[in-house]
Design a protein around this ligand. Structure first.
Ligand SMILES: O=C(O)C(=O)Cc1ccccc1
Length: 408
């Protein structure tokens, strides 16, 4: 296989609250989680079809869109212990940030999961819908917005390689992470019964996450740009033989009926999103925050030996890793996975003095570790890795957030 990726199942870590060891975390991911996390090669592909969302959006030329949802505050539930505790996020957001005055670009129509994630991470922010993830990143890169939000991995699918590809092509820094519990509902026009549904439309990731339920229903599946966009499409075209997979909030927002709840094949379905900004990071790490550092390491090949050396650089300094994804493209042929399937990973090299250059690397590791990038132990580990790696780029240092927010 030309373009392979394997993860060491460290995604599981994102579900384990580290900062509150006293909390009894009695809802561990089901056993199938680990297997699911190993299924890489993200399915969050996006066609370049016209968005179903007729509203003004940011598109490739960086123009600003409109979003009526304005400054509403997000309500979140925090899964911690036996119960899901209702948390009303009124002041600081998930990462202790307040989003008032900040514009956050997300992919999709109002009501998309990414928008909920943005509003939970940065309560009070103004969300700006974009047709494609690339448009959201271009918007923050070009200064049209302050942040972009990007789903980068899910418990069911592992790393969203296409989105990593996008992230690496831009000179952006990770400033915050947020984990969102994703509940999928089957939505239809008012009055439509489940038996009348012949086709289901949604974001490719949502269709993949609900594969078994859709097979049971025996319906056709059609990918569209995003979940909320699917709902908007149903409503504006008054489609009576079609249902959409989206959130219960999207049902409320667009006035559709919920035909079924909890459609996802795995009950534990968490997506991790990253908030991105232009460098230097405008976010100061809170003094008491546990930090995390994300980086990409390009190397010459011989992956497993390199993986061992990387592990050793961290473990010898007692630094825990929360993610390790191995990407290989050996022969330039086809292969599953990210936008760069069959091609080397393209990474913007921002380290040189001159203009940043886009460089191609066939062998790459995505690494997240605990600790700040200015922590001497982390710095030393990176220095050690630089001795055998071709290239290392720190993607950002931010407050670790092991909470899982549930917006149902
Ligand atoms: O389509 C959406 O609503 C998105 O925000 C993308 C997405 C889809 C499914 C899970 C998480 C994010």
């Amino acid at each position: 296989m030309a373009y392979t990726s394997s993860s060491l199942h460290l995604h599981k870590h994102l579900l384990l609250p580290k900062t509150n060891p006293s909390s009894s975390y009695s809802r561990p991911p089901p056993p199938s989680f680990v297997a699911a996390a190993a299924k890489i090669n993200g399915v969050n592909g996006h066609s370049s079809k016209k968005s179903p969302n007729g509203k003004a959006q940011i598109n490739g030329d960086g123009k600003k869109g409109v979003n009526g949802s304005g400054r509403k505050k997000a309500a979140a539930q925090h899964i911690n212990g036996n119960d899901r505790i209702h948390l009303s996020v009124s002041t600081g957001g998930a990462g202790g940030q307040d989003g008032f005055g900040l514009r956050v670009a997300f992919q999709g129509a109002p009501g998309a999961y990414s928008e909920f994630a943005a509003k939970t991470a940065l309560p009070g922010c103004d969300t700006v819908p974009c047709r494609a993830f690339a448009d959201a990143l271009a918007a923050v890169d070009g200064g049209a917005v302050d942040r972009a939000i990007l789903p980068v991995e899910s418990t069911m699918e592992g790393t969203a390689l296409r989105n990593y590809d996008l992230l690496l092509r831009h000179d952006l820094v990770v400033v915050q992470e947020i984990n969102l519990f994703v509940h999928y509902c089957l939505l239809a026009m008012p009055g439509v019964r489940a038996a009348e549904v012949r086709r289901v439309i949604s974001h490719p990731m949502a269709l993949a996450h609900c594969g078994r339920a859709l097979a049971r229903l025996g319906v056709d599946r059609e990918p569209v740009e995003d979940t909320a966009g699917a709902v908007e499409m149903l409503r504006s075209n008054r489609m009576l033989d079609t249902a959409a997979i989206a959130s219960p909030r999207a049902a409320d927002l667009y006035g559709l009926d919920v035909l079924a709840h909890g459609l996802q094949d795995e009950s534990w379905n968490v997506t991790r999103f990253l908030l991105l900004s232009k460098p230097p990071s405008p976010v100061t790490l809170p003094m008491d925050a546990d930090a995390k550092t994300s980086m990409v390491v390009a190397h010459r090949g011989g992956s497993m030996m390199v993986v061992l050396k990387v592990l050793s650089a961290f473990s010898s300094r007692n630094i825990n890793l929360t993610k390790l994804e191995v990407i290989n493209n050996n022969d330039g042929g086809g292969g599953g996975g990210g936008a760069a399937a069959g091609h080397p990973v393209m990474i913007l090299d921002t380290s040189a003095r001159g203009a940043p250059t886009l460089r191609a690397f066939p062998h790459v590791l995505y690494v997240d570790c605990e600790g700040a990038s200015h922590d001497p132990r982390v710095l030393d580990a990176i220095k050690e890795i630089e001795r055998f790696a071709v290239f290392v780029r720190v993607l950002g240092c931010y407050a670790a957030d092991s909470n899982v927010y549930d917006l149902q």
